[in-house]
Design a protein around this ligand. Sequence first.
Ligand SMILES: Cc1ncc(COP(=O)(O)O)c(C=O)c1O
Length: 399
Amino acid sequence: MKDYKCDFPQLNDDYVYIDSAATTLTPTTVIDAINDYYRNYSVNIHRGMYKQSYEATEIYENTRRKAAAFIGAKTEEIVYTRGTTSALNLLAQRYGNRILKKGDDIVVSELAHHSSLLPWQHIAAETGANLRYVPLDSEGRLIVDNIKKTLSDKTKIVALTHVSNVMGYLAPVKEVTELAHAVGAKVVLDCAQAVSHVPIDVKQLNVDFMAFSAHKMLGPTGIGILYGKHNLLESMEPLEYGGDMVDFVEKDHAVWKDVPQRFEAGTMPIASVFGLAKAIDYLEAVGLDHIHDHIVKLAKMTIDGLQSIEDVTIYNEHSDSGIVTFNLKNVPSHDALSFYAEENVALRAGHHCAMLVGKKLGVNSTLRASFYIYNDEKDVHRFLDVTKQAVDYFRTLGF
Ligand SMILES: Cc1ncc(COP(=O)(O)O)c(C=O)c1O
């Protein structure tokens, strides 16, 4: 297996980074693309007739084409946003708000990240619609039978998380979409955790909307994508009003540009779009299937290793991704986290912006290790060694 570590200048021999579900590291090619924008362009797009502005516009729009091809969409169905959170807020406020009325149902699950739940919670309160939670099975998974039981002719939106950022489970997207469409509902897919290792074809999945963030797939922060079926995006009003999103302005009204420009008011993070293009190139060169197999293998090794250490509780023994969620018995997860940090092992503790998952597991806070392409078996061994040391250390302290 190729050693990908050398592509990531943030890494060094002592540092084990296993917090990729929060943000992935950035390869040199992406950093160079961001640099390229500032060094060689540093101009605005769509407006200038000079060479630099013209070329920067080309790169910005070619990246849209590339992002569309990456998820099997049409170019005009790709809206640049600040990330998954702003994509889903735009959707809830401009699609949800328009179609929902009192008594309608929005189907969600306790597995949702807050950004895939709170926009709908807010719109439910505004419109009088109801949030309906799909019951999870005993392992905490979303299963088709329970979705069936939750859907009805009142369901207008199904907000689905493709890969849970705490449990690492994959949702049965295609089956859910078929069932949702059969009752006339639209499906909104949160792909923030999936896009870095699951090949996604929105047309084949037939989801109506989908969102992801570049920073969870080797790209820069500040840029993400909202995908929407073209006719649905066209039915939506903009959320932000300003420059670069209107065709005509009169004293008392204005005419919006076509989709997707009408959703991209003001100056967008152009440098981040340059970086996103190189992130997609990197992922395509490595291959998403290959990344998936690699991280699942490392997660499995980690789970096996943790199972052989006494006093560790694992919450997702059958993770479908690179995510492993656990606690050291009787040790507050942030205390354990400090121990790992002292040893230069970077992972995450807390509720992971998915408090309902913690409630379901019966804990306020968990530790989460999440692996990616630049991790290897050595990282797993080092993590397991530090875990053993941590367990011994807290035991001698009487935890
Ligand atoms: C499943 C899931 N959805 C949405 C988000 C939000 O992404 P962002 O903070 O990039 O908007 C995250 C981030 O952790 C996530 O894991």
